[in-house]
Design a protein around this ligand. Structure first.
Ligand code: NAI
Ligand code: 15L
Length: 269
């Protein structure tokens, strides 16, 4: 496969989308943007809902690859999750298949495996083939996305790298995030590796930086050529002083998904 140059970036108005709009073009990508909300500073962005199949078909036409970030990114009523994350993702894959787009990079989430116990000191990191253990309807929709990606590879030859992103924000803001933080620069590195690696079929990777306190195995990401450069440890002293370590037996202490397992933040709309 020749290296992709034109990308459809869905979810371009969101937190990660906004960061990637700045960080991906230096790798040589030309971005076409899509979001249900207007994208500030981008009058050419396609404003469309993932429910709009005709708009999706037009949006993917002629691009080399899709980076799919759009959707509900927290917990919500099942009906909303079903429309945006489940049906919407299938519509997007179908549009990609119909238009002959060969590769998708899919934003999955650590919440697909959120009820997995986090490793204790001395235990091995969590592998990508650990069973799905969603902590929310939101996490469940990410499990669906991963399985959908596998189906579109097996049935139609559409390749996907599913990124189980930890926490992608400019800085970690909790002690849990020290283990799962994905710096924006490393997110761009991971996207670039996912877009350019040869023959990925359907590959699942965890998305985090090279964190000293990491909980999961980055080897499938590294095998794509991902070489993270950041480590949340530089924030550790300050965050631990401010917030304290999670209490023993608390969700943040026990599970990858942390507080999502008991009291997930809810999608505001
Ligand atoms: P976000 O909530 O800031 O952005 C999501 C974007 O999707 C928003 O701009 C929203 O308008 C758009 N959107 C929602 N429903 C839509 C629909 N029906 N049609 C078209 N656009 C729609 O989320 P964020 O943080 O930027 O995350 C991006 C992706 O990465 C999401 O899929 C999220 O689940 C995933 N992710 C993010 C993590 C993070 O740390 N930021 C961690 C794990 C996964
Ligand atoms: C996610 O999947 C969310 O989209 C993001 O907003 C963060 O809350 C992240 O997980 C997390 O686990 O910190």
């Amino acid at each position: 496969m020749s290296a992709p140059r034109t990308l459809l970036l869905t979810g371009a108005a969101g937190g990660v989308g906004t960061l990637m709009r700045e960080l991906l073009p230096p790798y040589g990508y030309e971005l076409r943007l899509l979001d249900v909300a207007p994208v500030p500073g981008a009058p050419d962005a396609i404003v469309a809902d993932l429910a709009d199949r005709a708009a999706l078909r037009e949006a993917v036409r002629g691009v080399d690859a899709v980076v799919h970030l759009a959707g509900i990114s927290l917990e919500a009523d099942f009906e909303k999750i079903m429309a945006a994350n489940i049906a919407g993702t299938q519509y997007l894959y179908e549009a990609a298949r119909e238009e002959g787009v060969r590769r998708v990079v899919l934003a999955s989430s650590n919440h697909a495996v959120g009820f997995t116990r986090r490793p204790r000191e001395g235990e091995p990191p969590i592998p990508v083939d650990t069973p799905h253990r969603p902590d929310t309807f939101y996490g469940l929709s990410k499990c669906f996305g991963e399985d959908l990606a596998q189906l579109y590879w097996d049935l139609h030859g559409v390749e996907t790298v599913s990124l189980r992103i930890g926490s992608c924000f400019p800085e970690p803001t909790s002690v849990r995030m020290l283990s799962i933080w994905l710096s924006p620069a490393d997110c761009a590195r991971l996207l670039h590796a996912s877009l350019t690696a040869e023959d990925v079929a359907h590959t699942v990777v965890y998305g985090s930086s090279a964190n000293t306190r990491a909980w999961w195995d980055l080897s499938t990401a590294r095998a794509l050529g991902y070489a993270p450069e950041d480590d949340s440890e530089v924030y550790a002293e300050k965050l631990i002083a401010e917030k304290g370590l999670p209490a023993e037996g608390s969700p943040d202490d026990l599970y990858l998904g942390g507080h999502f397992c008991v009291d997930p933040p809810r999608w505001p709309h």
